[in-house]
Design a protein around this ligand. Structure first.
Ligand SMILES: Cc1cc2nc3c(=O)[nH]c(=O)nc-3n(C[C@H](O)[C@H](O)[C@H](O)COP(=O)(O)OP(=O)(O)OC[C@H]3O[C@@H](n4cnc5c(N)ncnc54)[C@H](O)[C@@H]3O)c2cc1C
Ligand SMILES: O=C(O)CCC(=O)C(=O)O
Length: 338
């Protein structure tokens, strides 16, 4: 039987996770990944890569829990294998601390990470401005290693990779049977989605090998994440801000906020600074639609809009995308298109 031609647009953590999942699960498909930017030039590359989730308002919690769990379990298996250094995936333990006691003391993912517990008063003494804290072990997935590792895995599964900017879905409809859109913020132009918008984030990489534990302020404005080669320090969340250049005032305020949590940071050498635009949306879009392109109805699977949780949820949403591609194939078979 003729193979169904699937194209995945996007080479960030969502695109490569989705492409690998489709290529490995659906041998009746030939899978091509197209993108204008590849590692190390995607948003995913600069992400701190810590697995932590926010709660999206209109997606059933059960589905969000599954996205988190599928991603966590997939990355945990890598972190505990010989692939860990090459894939850039490690376990990471530390504290999330709050100036005020949060309404939700136990986030939905608390039972999905390792060893989640509330901090004791004695532990909190180290953070005199904070009243409440959570201690747990999660995962840090460094995409500058993980994306090339996924790309190899995709190619081993028979996938093909091409560098190309896609200006409209019409360009793809004569060469592919199913389009999978993982273009992140690019979806604003590619599919005219007015709901996806940038949330600018600036981070620094510093040399501070004495730091072993992560510290995150629950307000998300100060975090310190020790990694494999350096410590990621952040951050900013500037809604609707498209600036990609480093802002010296942001650098100063990040260092000030983070040094309040960990005074020894003032002794750390700054190695690099980076800005990325999170592909924010009220809810990520993981769904299947039929689009009229050049007189034909073409199945399109969307998987984008993960905001600050793309690394955290990529594998889970990729598995959902596989299910949606499978549904497209079944419909195409029914319509005897294949
Ligand atoms: C400072 C910062 C820190 C972060 N930290 C974390 C963290 O700790 N944990 C976490 O889970 N998340 C984190 N994030 C969020 C995370 O980076 C994003 O959610 C994630 O990178 C989104 O992945 P993506 O694959 O959807 O998009 P991207 O990585 O942006 O990839 C999009 C891809 O689509 C391609 N593309 C777009 N349009 C087109 C087109 N028209 N034609 C061809 N190709 C196209 C691009 O070239 C690119 O390859 C952070 C983000 C920032 C900015
Ligand atoms: O929020 C965090 O602590 C992790 C980094 C992140 O997800 C972000 O900056 O978007």
């Amino acid at each position: 039987m003729k193979k169904a031609r699937v194209v995945v647009v996007g080479a960030g953590v969502v695109g490569f996770s989705t492409a690998v999942c489709i290529a490995e699960a659906l041998p009746m498909c030939s899978v091509t990944l197209l993108a204008d930017k590849f590692s190390p030039n995607t948003t995913s590359d600069g992400a701190a890569g810590i697995l932590l989730a926010v709660e999206f308002p209109d997606i059933p919690l059960e589905r969000q829990r599954r996205w988190f769990k599928d991603s966590f379990d997939h990355l945990l298996a890598i972190a505990q294998s010989q692939h860990s250094p090459e894939a850039g995936v490690i376990l990471s333990s530390g504290w999330q601390i709050f100036k005020e006691v949060p309404v939700d003391k136990l986030p939905f993912w608390s039972e999905l990470v390792i060893g989640f517990r509330l901090m004791t008063d004695c532990e909190l003494k180290r953070f005199p401005q904070h009243k409440f804290g959570q201690a747990f072990t999660t995962i840090k997935c460094e995409c500058s290693s993980y994306l090339p590792w996924l790309e190899n895995r995709f190619i081993k599964a028979g996938g093909e990779v091409k560098q190309r900017k896609v200006n409209s879905l019409e360009e793809l409809s004569s060469s592919y049977d199913i389009i999978v859109n993982c273009s992140g913020l690019g979806s604003k132009n590619l599919v005219g989605d007015t709901q996806v918008y940038p949330v600018r984030g600036q981070v620094l990489k510093v040399e501070a090998p004495w730091l072993q534990h992560f510290i995150r302020d629950g307000d998300g404005k100060a975090y310190i994440y020790p990694g494999i080669h350096s410590v990621t320090v952040g951050g900013t969340r500037q809604e609707g801000d498209w600036r990609l250049q480093v802002d010296e005032e942001d650098t100063r305020s990040i260092m000030e906020r983070c040094s309040r949590l960990e005074p020894s940071l003032s002794k750390a050498k700054v190695l690099s600074e980076w800005v990325g635009l999170r592909p924010n949306r009220k809810n990520p879009r993981v769904e299947r639609v039929l689009v009229h392109l050049q007189g034909c109805r073409v199945p399109v699977v969307h998987n984008y809009g993960h905001g600050s949780c793309g690394v955290t949820l990529a594998w889970g949403t990729a598995l959902d995308a596989v299910g949606l591609v499978r549904q497209c194939l079944n419909e195409m078979l029914l319509e005897a298109k294949l």
